[in-house]
Design a protein around this ligand. Structure first.
Ligand code: ADP
Ligand code: MG
Length: 263
């Protein structure tokens, strides 16, 4: 039977970034980024500070608009729609709907300080009308269990360590059942002894088939979980490939230079 391969071939990419340019004044922050992420793939993005990694994630999540290019998530164009052959901007409502299909985990957790851990996780499914409050709280309990915080549901963010807060943030991202989760340096703000517990949770997601795009400087972690490593410098993809190639056998001087500094 040929059905399976054909289906596989036509399944939309989880994320497609096509020729994205972003600039602030004369500063070209993203200078023609092309990137395709397949469903279930784990992509780690590496690059020096200021190379455009956060901006790329922010474009994917509609927090920034590219000057040129477009992004699609799950086969659907983000931020624009085709109208008589032209690309038009989406309504705020449509953008919110699309954004709810993308999970985003920030460096600084960004939890709601006035809500309990349980309500931090349950809030979005209720606000978007996906779940009733009791169902959302039930889901939140399950997700907090999954990230090892089943016993802290009633705590407030300030009562938790940074590692615990970041695990709540991951549970919160999962609560909308996103097709893809973006992580922007999820362990950079943590004390070294708390990094491992957060990486363990991300690794659990990686091995369970969730599509992940992770910006991190944790090279050992990248080697372990990434299907693909993408090295960005000055707004361009310098090289990409399996970790064994990019991390252990980089082709470009700039990649070698960067790895020499972070390893
Ligand atoms: P990275 O995450 O790789 O460290 P960023 O994407 O945060 O890099 O930033 C890339 C470049 O774009 C930096 O030089 C930064 O100063 C600049 N930049 C980012 N956001 C803005 C903004 N809103 N206005 C002007 N410059 C910006
Ligand atoms: Mg950044």
């Amino acid at each position: 039977m040929t059905t399976a391969p054909i289906l596989e071939k036509t399944a939309p990419a989880a994320l497609e970034v096509h020729d994205v340019h972003k600039w602030y004044g004369t500063h070209r922050v993203l200078d023609g980024i092309d990137l395709t992420v397949r469903p279930g793939e784990v992509t780690v993005i590496l690059g020096p500070s200021g190379s455009g990694k956060s901006t790329l994630l922010r474009v994917v999540n509609h927090l920034e608009k590219p000057e040129i290019g477009h992004v699609s998530v799950g086969g659907e164009l983000i931020g624009v729609k085709r109208h008589g052959g032209r690309l038009r901007e989406l309504s705020e409502r449509a953008i919110l709907a699309q954004r709810s299909r993308i999970g985003f985990v920030f460096q600084n957790f960004n939890l709601f300080p006035h809500l309990t851990v349980l309500d931090n996780v349950a809030a979005a499914p209720v606000a978007t009308g996906r779940l009733s409050r009791p169902a959302a709280r039930e889901l939140a309990r399950e997700l907090l269990e999954r990230v090892g915080l089943g016993d802290r549901t009633g705590a407030y963010p300030r009562q938790l360590s940074g590692g615990q807060q970041q695990r709540v943030a991951i549970a919160r991202a999962l609560a909308l059942r996103p097709g893809i989760i973006l992580f922007d340096e999820p362990t950079s703000a943590l004390d070294p002894e708390l990094v491992g517990e957060v990486l363990a949770v991300i690794k659990d997601l990686a091995t369970s088939g969730t599509t992940l795009v992770i910006v991190t400087h944790e090279i050992g972690f990248a080697r372990e979980v990434a299907d693909r490593v993408v090295f960005i410098d000055a707004g361009r993809i310098v090289e990409q490939g399996p970790p064994a190639q990019v991390l252990d056998n980089p082709r470009h001087e700039r990649t070698r230079d960067f790895l020499g500094k972070v390893l």
